[in-house]
Design a protein around this ligand. Sequence first.
Ligand code: TRP
Length: 344
Amino acid sequence: MAMDSSPAHTKVSLTGIKPTGYVHLGNYVGAIRPALALAEKYESWYFMADYHSLTSMRDAQALRHYTRSVAATWLACGLDPERTVFYRQSDVPEIFELQWVMSCVTGKGLMNRAHAYKAARDRNRENGVEDLDAGVNMGLYNYPVLMAVDILAMETDVVPVGRDQLQHVEYTADIAGSFNHLFGEGYTFKIPLPMVPDESTAHTLPGLDGRKMSKSYNNTIPMFGTEKELEKLIKRIKTDSVPVEEPKDPDSAHVFQIYQHFASPAEVAEVRARLEKGGMGWGEAKKVLFDAVNAELSPLRARYNELMTPGNTELDEVLATGAVKARKRAGAVLSAVRRAVGVA
Ligand code: TRP
């Protein structure tokens, strides 16, 4: 797998993964696969944004568990730690010192306009809560500054993210620009660009109820439940009540939409033809879907279970190696920033 350009000229792609639950099929198709493909072309830095999870998680054991689970999932899916720097945000203290510096060049008004913060206030308004900031902690409020630093500390060129994160990457450019304007003679941050899949190529999976598969809708199919659990969930995917013998519209069927991401073009064409002709029922279509998904996930599940086995230290070793590299990069940036602002 020769890289076609030397690392010195390869652009840096960085993304953060917030561990708040188990990875599901929607994450796999929409985020993991594209990120692993990108790692073939870019110098890639992928990390567990565990301190970002702390804005909403209050269960230490759960945070610890999901952080391991998400990391093990990416490795099981083929993330190559020789190629991608893979680390935990909380292992890089330099990020948090930089966060203070960057918060001092960030306008409060910018944070007031952040989508997640505004959404929290809107919810309070709708519920008739008088203090619109009720339930909003400073972590949620400062979230975009921490995310900006995640990106800027590693001298990132591009940030592959979903549409919901676009504003955060735009804020990162604003915040970096503000620093550069004030302290640019001492240090200049590279301005990162977002990389958002366009609507036509975005790989979005429907969930069990047909809405976008998402943890917040509680309609997900986790990647690494048992085979039985996978089969049971696939059986629960919503279908219409067109009888077995009648022709069906594959494109509006959630079962078929998911199948397209797990089968070869020839297999997809065959199932499409059978559904359109009539004679293939949803029960059979679900069986075919289960077989395809399970065939792809089985080897990954085995690897995941191995990495999650108590006593196996592989995961810790990978993350420890990643942390050393991440601290080195962020440390160099931090030293330059400290000099630029006058504390060193
Ligand atoms: N906020 C991102 C999310 O919820 C996670 C994240 C944290 C991130 N830091 C990042 C993404 C830096 C890209 C770059 O999905």
